[in-house]
Design a protein around this ligand. Sequence first.
Ligand code: DAS
Length: 361
Amino acid sequence: MKILHRIVPGLAAIALLLPGGLQARETPTDTRLANVVILATGGTIAGAGASAANSATYQAAKVPVDKLIAGVPELKDLANVRGEQVFQIASESFTNDHLLQLGKRVGELAKQGDVDGIVITHGTDTIEETAYFLNLVIHSDKPIVVVGSMRPGTAMSADGMLNLYNAVAVARSPEARGKGVLVAMNDEIHTGRDVSKMINIRTEAFKSPWGALGMVVEGKTYWFRQPAKRHTTASEFDIDRIGTLAPVEIAYGYGNLSDVAYRAFAQAGAKAIVHAGTGNGSVASQVVPALQELRGRGLHIIRSSRVTTGGFVIRNAEQPDDKYDWVVAHDLNPQKARILAAVALTQPRDAKDLQRIFWEY
Ligand code: DAS
């Protein structure tokens, strides 16, 4: 047995000396490198801290896109990459106007014959909202991949370089076509519809309640499932036909709840209020009359759940939605429900049609 321990390493060492070494030989499927555009918006992936020990204390949105690309020279082995600086902001500061401006640029690039895939570098706080928004309104089957990082590039074990490398690997991958807008974080590939930030202090921050679509390892993508809901080319919504998003707000449900926030949002002109309810989107009894009154004035009430790891609100379970003419957000968390309602209500709709949209998207 002892001799074997000596022979095997020796054989392995010889194998490494052979041309191509132990590398698995891959017959190139397509010699032309894909053309991938990186749209930079800011966030931690463009962040900088005072020292390598600062993994959580740093300034987001500092490093320009060309430096991000220069920081990962291996990108040129994956694709022909060029960058555009769309914004340089922390993503918690995104407004509806930022979403529309980014969406229009993505839509323009996706139409270009010399663009094969698009990567968007983005703060992690609202990556899930931007990715879902683009999933709803961009009419293209080209890979569009949103990526961020949990640590700035100046920190020990920074995750941004590999996340960016992975995102370009997905964006250049023919298998990523037709899967809608994707989020590549921590070696996983998620659909922009399902993914959300579940933990705010770990590199393994992003989860999809029903599972990731795939993995990306050493520049190769591995797929295990397909998105089930309508997106991109199958969507009835189109960035080219959206001028402004509808004002939709979120009110959080909790013990001792009052109707003050709901009335204030209505007063400010909200077209819909997403109720981030406890459990199954439950509504405190003392708040129901106000919501019925607001519905009567034409404002939509959408019941979502504040349960972070995967809410699932069932119609007429906790509340008589049919009777109140309310909508349930299905499995969309409150922030995603806001995005869908803000897009859907760019034109007037009754609750029945709005509910259809929440089932389908
Ligand atoms: N402030 C956060 C943001 O820009 C930083 C980050 O995690 O990217 O979303």
